[in-house]
Design a protein around this ligand. Structure first.
Ligand code: ZN
Ligand code: FE
Length: 256
């Protein structure tokens, strides 16, 4: 299986997975990069997976469906380009001979879903849209901090080797914030240097892995004493009232 992040817009990735004949794509905010990649790779589009309703994830869906006839799968409880097969957590999508488990991960949007495949060439794969980013997480446009924390906890419980396919290349700016919170985290310092080098060469920093994210992502580490202490320095009352996660998210919203 080949896993390819197709750049779109300024910092989106449209993930393509293919076996040399059939392909799937996730969150096609633009049809053109997908159509070009299908031609270049010589593969047919078997299915389109969508995580949530934002235009940068859905704007290419209609044209791709028109051009390829591929079926569209997406969240049951969000406005979506019709027709599509509506999914809720616990359901399974079968594409490319693989089974993708649907996870409900509300927070960024109210009906956001993610797709998890336990084994693609022996390692698990997660398409998490705008819920989990490398070293960060999505903004809370429609959900509460409690919902987002529960969603991230659900993702963080997936296996170590899970390849995390996020939809945005936000890693460097997320790392800047993460280093503000945990400057003494050696793995974080090393990962930042690694990602700086990748971006200097124009390479994606993704996919990440869950093992790594658990070590460096402040939004998966909001119960760690170092992270709680940092959040208290930003807003001790916020930590007491809304919790560390909510305070971190608010801090990140303001952080430049
Ligand atoms: Zn979004
Ligand atoms: Fe997005």
């Amino acid at each position: 299986m080949k896993l390819i992040p197709l750049p779109a817009y300024v910092d989106n990735y449209i993930w393509m997975l293919h076996d040399g004949q059939q392909a799937l794509v996730v969150d096609p905010g633009d049809a053109e990069p997908v159509i070009l990649a299908l031609q270049r790779e010589g593969v047919h589009l078997q299915g389109i997976l969508v995580t949530h309703h934002h235009a940068d994830h859905t704007a290419g869906v209609d044209r791709l469906r028109q051009v390829t006839g591929a079926p569209v799968f997406g969240p049951a409880h969000e406005p979506m380009p019709e027709p599509l097969q509506r999914l809720v957590g616990g359901e399974v999508v079968r594409l490319l001979g693989l089974e993708f488990q649907v996870l409900d991960v509300p927070g960024h949007t109210a009906g956001h879903i993610a797709y998890f495949c336990p084994s693609v060439d022996a390692s698990p794969l997660l398409f998490c849209g705008d819920t989990l980013f490398s070293a960060g997480c999505g903004r809370l446009f429609e959900g509460t901090p409690e919902q987002m924390l529960a969603s991230l906890d659900q993702l963080a419980a997936l296996p170590d080797a899970t390849r995390v396919c996020c939809t945005h290349e936000y890693t460097l700016s997320n790392l800047k914030f993460a280093l503000e919170i945990e400057p003494g985290n050696a793995q974080l310092v090393a990962y930042n240097a690694h990602c700086q080098a990748l971006r200097a060469q124009g390479q994606p920093t993704l996919p990440s892995t869950l093992a790594l994210e658990r070590q460096i992502n402040p939004f998966l580490r909001s119960r760690q004493p170092t992270v709680v202490a940092a959040a208290r320095r930003f807003d001790a009352r916020g930590v007491d009232q809304a919790g560390t996660f909510a305070t971190l998210r608010e801090w990140k919203n303001q952080y430049r």
